[in-house]
Design a protein around this ligand. Structure first.
Ligand SMILES: NC(=O)c1ccc[n+]([C@@H]2O[C@H](COP(=O)([O-])OP(=O)(O)OC[C@H]3O[C@@H](n4cnc5c(N)ncnc54)[C@H](O)[C@@H]3O)[C@@H](O)[C@H]2O)c1
Length: 280
């Protein structure tokens, strides 16, 4: 069993949904919690709720897509709490626009939060984690669409960022293992979870706004009453259990297995066709 007490958990997007539940779950295990969110008020509200239950938590207003802001956040956490032990790159936004209609600003926003956010955070925190020599873990929250694209909902851009995040996470895990570093890396790939992700537009910076061509929230599989939709609390508990086991992929929705199996089978069949085509 991992010793969590007094360890430092850093959670981006900690003001709502899965990040908020993760913050409470970490505090319940005796961890000191550093929250970052672009919605400063929400992050402060969560930190206050943890403190009112006797825990230790602080909040910072951070746009994870902004490298300097994330670097300053890391310096602030180090000053307040010391080195990070559990880095949860959870902040994310949903763009639901067909790929043939999507605008550059949609791409910029979605990539900056979902992909650059995790990249900036790893660059800002992992060197300090390595330097401390203490065991640690990085958790990147992707999505089931980081493992298999889903046709409905115009999730193409979101899917692109989450596939990239899965690749980033697996590569980081391999590199840290090769270094012999005591830092694990997991990527979380949930299906639908009851959160405010379908209201992501609330956080889009004004300079990256595009027209109202978004699909209505009820057409979005993250927002609709999808069978098997889970609570943020259940996903947070699964994440910490997966970290305890040092799992590469932390999965939460077993009913998604056939979709991933279908993609894997089709991929393997492509290798079989390649073998048949090979001239030698
Ligand atoms: N809800 C789902 O069905 C679902 C499924 C799979 C994966 N996810 C992923 O889970 C993660 C958490 O999302 P959620 O579902 O809890 O949604 P949510 O909207 O409830 O929470 C996301 C949090 O990220 C914050 N955020 C947004 N942009 C930010 C930025 N630029 N900088 C810092 N913080 C920012 C928001 O303010 C919010 O507090 C996301 O990465 C999302 O893609 C969600």
């Amino acid at each position: 069993m991992r010793e969590w007490k007094q360890q430092v958990a850093v959670i981006t997007g900690g003001g709502s949904g899965i990040g908020e539940a993760l913050a409470h779950a970490c505090a319940d295990r005796g961890m000191r919690v550093a929250l970052a969110d672009v919605e400063s008020e929400a992050a402060h509200r969560v930190a206050e709720a943890i403190r009112s239950r006797g825990g230790e938590a602080l909040a910072w207003a951070v746009d994870v897509g902004n490298r300097e802001a994330v670097t300053d956040f890391a310096a602030g956490v180090r000053e307040s709490f010391g080195a990070c032990h559990l880095l949860c790159n959870n902040a994310g936004v949903l763009v639901t626009r067909p790929l043939l209609e999507i605008e550059a600003k949609d791409w910029e926003w979605c990539l900056s939060v979902n992909l650059w956010g995790a990249i900036h955070s790893v660059s800002a925190f992992v060197p300090g984690m390595l330097e401390s020599g203490a065991p640690g873990h990085v958790v990147n929250t992707a999505s089931i669409v980081g493992l298999v694209p889903i046709a409905q909902g115009n999730l193409g851009a979101y899917t692109t960022t989450k596939f990239a995040l899965v690749g980033f996470s697996e590569s980081l895990r391999a590199e840290l293992q090769a270094l012999g570093a005591p830092i694990g890396v997991s990527v979380v790939c949930p299906g639908a979870v009851t959160t405010r992700i379908a209201e992501s537009e609330r956080n889009r910076p004004s300079q990256l706004k595009t027209g109202p061509a978004q699909v209505p929230p009820e057409a979005d599989p993250h927002a609709s009453p999808t069978p098997g939709k889970q609570s943020s609390e259940a996903v947070a508990a699964a994440i910490l259990a997966g970290v305890e086991n040092d799992e590469t992929w932390i999965l939460t929705h077993p009913e998604m297995k056939p979709l991933v199996a279908g993609r894997a089978t089709a991929l393997l069949e492509a290798f079989d066709r390649a073998a048949l085509r090979r001239p030698d």
